[in-house]
Design a binder for this molecule. Structure first.
Ligand code: PMP
Length: 291
């Protein structure tokens, strides 16, 4: 059983004891939204940004959040304190709540909030140091005309199907293309590549989550004087890139060593190293140890 703590229905309890009714529409239909947030030195990292995206995801699915931002922030702080670990991962989940069978959200009188605090290691340290292998999945990222990928919804089957393909191919992570064959993102991370000293990432409109780590890296790279651009990318751009890396809350920054069997020129590359150092500095600055 995973170690951790959970805020549910107004109480903080061990993660192993936390449960939801089977009539919750989050379980029945994937009807709900979530956020993953890291904490360092017992301080939530970029909490405001995550709470804003949670609210936007909820608005996009016409779910009214009855909790104010300050209320959510104090629940997060209380949970981190009760959990007692200096660093880890939080999962904020808002489901449509319990209701009778049938997809109509009107059957659910009140949303349910669940917050989990636990440890998270997406990639073992030695693999992170060497860089990971990506393969392009045959399954395509859903378009905004189906389910807008900017909504961080409780249904992750689209990226899960891609990840299953990557695992079957012996790779570490999957890349998803959009319906036009352009690069969208990895299953649960955004993608950056470096070409001739420039850092490139697809615009969110290509079918990616509006990643909070992605936005931070764009900002930090610019501050470092690195030329950055959000441009549509084809598999060719990836296969011939000088370097590549993934960004995400869970992943942080992970260098990529191979894409579809093509070895990249540098891993970890020079732009990755600079961005990673700036990212660590930023975390240290934002999440200073309480004195
Ligand atoms: N894309 C998807 C589909 C994700 O689930 C995540 C993880 N939240 C990301 C990208 C990275 O986004 P962020 O940096 O906000 O965690």
């Amino acid at each position: 059983m995973e170690q951790g703590s959970c805020w549910i229905d107004g109480r903080i309890i061990p993660l192993g004891e936390a449960a939801v009714p089977v009539t919750d529409h989050g379980l029945l239909y994937g009807d709900g939204v979530f956020e993953g947030i890291r904490f360092y030195n017992a301080r939530p990292f970029l909490l405001k940004e995550h709470l804003r995206r949670l609210r936007d995801s909820a608005r996009a699915i016409a779910l009214d959040l009855p909790w104010e931002e300050a209320e959510l922030a104090s629940i997060v702080e209380a949970l981190i304190a009760a959990h007692g670990q200096p660093s880890g991962y939080l999962r904020l989940i808002v489901t449509r709540g319990s209701g009778a069978m049938g997809i109509d959200p009107a059957r659910c009188p009140a949303p349910r909030l669940i917050v989990i605090a636990t440890a998270l290691e997406i990639v073992p340290a030695e693999k992170r140091a060497r860089g990971i292998r990506l393969v392009t999945a045959s399954v395509r990222r859903l378009g905004a005309d189906g389910l807008d990928p900017r909504i961080k919804s409780l249904n992750y089957l689209n990226p899960i199907l891609a990840r299953i393909e990557a695992t079957a191919a012996g790779a570490d992570e999957a890349l998803l293309l959009n319906a036009r064959g352009r690069v969208a993102e990895a299953s649960t991370e955004n993608l950056f590549i470096a070409r001739q000293g420039r850092l490139l990432t697809p615009p969110v409109s290509e079918g990616a989550l509006d990643g909070i780590t992605r936005a931070l890296i764009l900002q930090l790279a610019e501050e470092l004087g690195i030329e950055v651009a959000e441009v549509p990318l084809a598999p060719y751009d990836l296969h011939t890139a000088d370097e590549a890396f993934l960004t995400g809350t869970g992943a942080e920054l992970i260098p990529v060593r191979e894409i579809d069997g093509r070895r990249l020129a540098h891993c970890p590359g020079p732009l990755f190293r600079r961005c990673e150092a700036a990212f660590r500095d930023f975390i240290r600055h934002q999440c200073k140890e309480a004195s």
